[in-house]
Design a protein around this ligand. Structure first.
Ligand code: B12
Length: 446
């Protein structure tokens, strides 16, 4: 049996074959390949980097779908099915809107694949594929197997290894798709399996793609202790309440953490309360001064993530958010337009208030463009929200800003390695700002 795994693109710029720019390895597909029983041939195609071979001789095509790639995923699956190839769709978006996805697939996998992938392959082999395979989020991500990274060989990815220690996050932020997918569950892998995985690959720079690597503080401490002798450098995502535990922070630093994506989201108390971001509640009162000072003391090269467009935001407030990020010289920052993902409280709230644009299905709409407002904000027009958030990205990632932030002594200038990382990755993210802004979803054909 031969399975083709596919990671779809968001869309592409007009007159361009692919969305150029540096790409990271799609970990989920290597995990799926690792879960695949022996004796099954697996290949992977990354739509961001290469053509999809629709005429390939595959028994099964397995596509990973996120909301931003849904339109393109359906184009690809429709084209394969038109040619008679069986397609299975899985991933977070499929799980949140199965009724939509099933129109484009022979079979759906809802939830994590760990407990259903074997059964699906057996059924496919014997010609008894079911319409749906549902399973709860895995108790032990990867079920003790290791991702099969051979599927990435020959593709040009950034030299950083993606890996996972835990899945889920106990916080229930009202806009977050992950918290709907996982419920309030958070589960971890065995630490021994993680260290084995690190040793089994060559790179020393790891991106733990956890939703919140410090969600279970004791488990995180166990992991960090085990990482110390491995002498790696790593980044991940974490909530700022980790700063309440100094032992955790000291171990995090010793284990080689360069910094984390931290959801600051909003610089005002009312904004944080409105979105139910409990992890920030203790820190937002002084406009995050203590949090930023602590992060610096620990040498953290923070990627500050903001969401803009909340009911508490105005145009002025969004500008202040950017000023805040520039003032604190974060290593990186994201100014994401708040996006109503189906299944979230935010989506239901905006739907009730009749504020969703594009018929409520912006991710499928032929005119919706990446990084554009998909709902009517309370205190500005949708266009103002689109423009202001783009302006934040332009200001924060301007050459002058990159230079000014470079010389922050306790973070970017702490060691030559950190300085190099800063200088290597900032231009990449600057390019991404312009490459992706305003592209349409999908290619408009298979
Ligand atoms: C790492 C990551 C990134 C990396 C991408 C790395 C890469 N390879 O390119 C970076 C930082 C670049 C990134 C960017 C973005 N991301 Co992102 N990202 C993640 C994150 C944190 C982890 C994904 C991961 O590696 N998971 C680990 C693997 C093992 O799990 P998995 O892929 O989910 O696969 C498992 C199951 O889902 C299932 N499965 C998945 N696919 C398939 C397919 C089949 C056939 C089957 C059977 C099963 C199956 O089985 C797997 C094993 O159990 C997720 C959060 C999350 N929890 O998913 C957000 C997440 C996927 N990202 C999200 C978003 C919004 C974005 C951005 C659009 C942000 C922005 N505004 O710019 C961008 C654009 C993404 C793009 N396509 O270009 C959203 C998507 C929302 C949604 N409803 O789909 C998420 C869910 C975050 C969130 N909290 O809402 N992201």
């Amino acid at each position: 049996m031969k399975i083709a795994f596919i990671y779809p693109n968001i869309g592409r710029k007009e007159h361009s074959m692919f969305l150029d720019g540096a790409k990271m390895e799609p970990l989920g597909l290597a995990v799926l390949a690792g879960l695949t029983p022996p004796g099954t041939e697996t290949v992977m195609f990354d739509d961001r980097l290469e053509e999809i071979p629709y005429d390939g001789d595959f028994d099964l095509v397995a596509i990973s779908v996120q909301i931003f790639t849904a339109r393109r995923s359906y184009e690809i699956s429709d084209e394969f099915r038109r040619r008679g190839t069986t397609v299975v769709l899985g991933g977070i978006h499929v799980t949140l809107v199965p009724g939509e996805a099933e129109r484009h697939a022979d079979s759906l996998v809802l939830g994590d694949a760990e407990n259903s992938w074997h059964a699906l392959i057996e059924d496919a082999r014997s010609g008894r594929l079911k319409k749906r395979y549902s399973c709860e989020p895995a108790d032990r991500p990867q079920n003790g197997t290791l991702p099969r990274r051979e599927i990435f060989i020959g593709k040009r990815y950034l030299p950083i290894t993606l890996m996972q220690f835990s899945r889920g996050c106990p916080n229930q932020c009202n806009f977050c798709a992950s918290s709907v997918y996982f419920g309030r569950r958070h589960c971890t892998r065995d630490v021994g399996s993680v260290t084995e995985e690190i040793r089994a690959q060559k790179r020393r720079l790891i991106f733990f793609t956890d939703d919140n690597i410090v969600a279970d503080r004791e488990a995180a401490k166990e992991l960090f202790k085990a990482l110390i002798p491995l002498n790696i450098r790593w980044v991940s995502q974490a909530s700022m309440d980790m700063l309440e535990d100094s032992e955790l922070m000291e171990l995090l630093v010793k284990s080689g953490c360069l910094g984390n994506v931290i959801g600051f989201e909003s610089i005002g108390q009312a904004g944080v309360e409105g979105m139910q971001k409990d992890a920030n509640a203790h820190f937002v009162g002084d406009e995050y001064r203590r949090a930023v000072a602590e992060l610096r003391r620990f040498g953290q090269q923070t990627w500050a993530a903001f969401t803009v467009g909340h009911d508490t935001d105005t145009v002025e407030r969004i500008r202040e958010t950017c000023d805040f990020a520039l003032r604190h010289k974060f290593c990186f920052a994201a100014f994401n337009i708040l996006n109503p993902y189906p299944g979230t409280d935010l989506y239901r709230w905006l739907e009730r208030e009749n504020r969703l644009l594009y018929g409520g299905k912006w991710w499928l709409h032929p005119e919706y463009r990446f990084n554009h407002a998909s709902f009517v904000p309370k205190n500005m027009t949708p266009d103002e929200l689109t423009e202001e958030s783009f302006r934040c990205r332009q200001r924060f990632n301007s050459p002058g800003s990159i230079l000014r932030r470079a010389f922050e002594p306790r973070t970017n200038m702490r060691t030559p390695y950190r300085f190099f990382t800063y200088l290597a990755y900032n231009p990449i993210f600057r390019r991404e700002v312009f490459n992706k802004q305003g592209i349409l979803f999908g290619y408009g054909k298979g």
